[in-house]
Every structure is written in structure tokens, then in C-alpha cells.
Design a protein around this ligand. Structure first.
Ligand SMILES: [Zn+2]
Length: 105
């Protein structure tokens, strides 16, 4: 079934998405700009999909974008659900806010 995107009309800007976990409305980080997905008190996450996904793995340059509010990010980090990655390296470690040791030793 072709599901229409109800957040946009024609080619109008999408604006800031709500938190994917708690659905909290997030304001734009730069209100005077106001366009695009730039959440205040949250992060915008992107994924190109994943080989193992049965839902999204287009392998053609498309990606999904969604937001997680800072409260949900803190909660997930405390539950050891978030990894910190290192650009250009195939290594991950558990991440928590305030642990900003970016060395990969
Ligand atoms: Zn949230």
C-alpha cells in the first residue's frame, strides 16, 4: 500500500520532527531559520539502512532521519543502549553523556 507522507504538503519543508521514542514535540534549534529538521534539546539521527533489516535497506543513497530528544537519549545511555563510534574505524564502545573520552585505546 502506498502510504502518503502526512507531514509534508507537496514540496514544502518538513520542519522539525518529534522524538521517535516519546513523541515529544521538539522545537527548531534556530527558530529564526525554522526550516529543516534541526531539533533543539535532541539529536537528528540518520541511517542508510542495514543489510539485516527487513524494513529499510535501500542501498541506493536514500536514508531515514529521525529525532531522539535529550531526555530519551540520557535514559537510553543509562540503560547501555547507545554506542559511541569512531569515524573511519570499526570500533564501538558504550556511550554515556559526560563520558567524553574519545580516545579509542
Ligand atoms: Zn523523547
Amino acid at each position: 500500500m502506498n502510504q502518503k507522507n502526512t507531514l509534508t504538503s507537496n514540496n514544502s519543508p518538513l520542519g522539525t520532527l518529534p522524538c521517535i521514542i516519546c513523541h515529544k514535540k521538539l522545537e527548531h534549534a534556530v527558530p529564526e531559520v525554522g526550516e529543516g529538521n534541526q531539533p533543539d534539546c535532541g539529536v537528528a539521527c540518520t541511517t542508510p539502512g542495514h543489510y539485516g533489516s527487513r524494513v529499510f535497506d535501500p542501498d541506493d543513497g536514500h536514508f531515514l532521519e529521525f529525532n531522539v530528544c535529550d531526555d530519551c537519549l540520557r535514559k537510553a545511555a543509562a540503560e547501555h543502549l547507545i554506542a559511541l563510534g569512531f569515524k573511519g574505524r570499526d570500533s564501538l564502545r558504550l556511550w554515556a553523556p559526560g563520558i567524553e573520552d574519545f580516545s579509542d585505546n
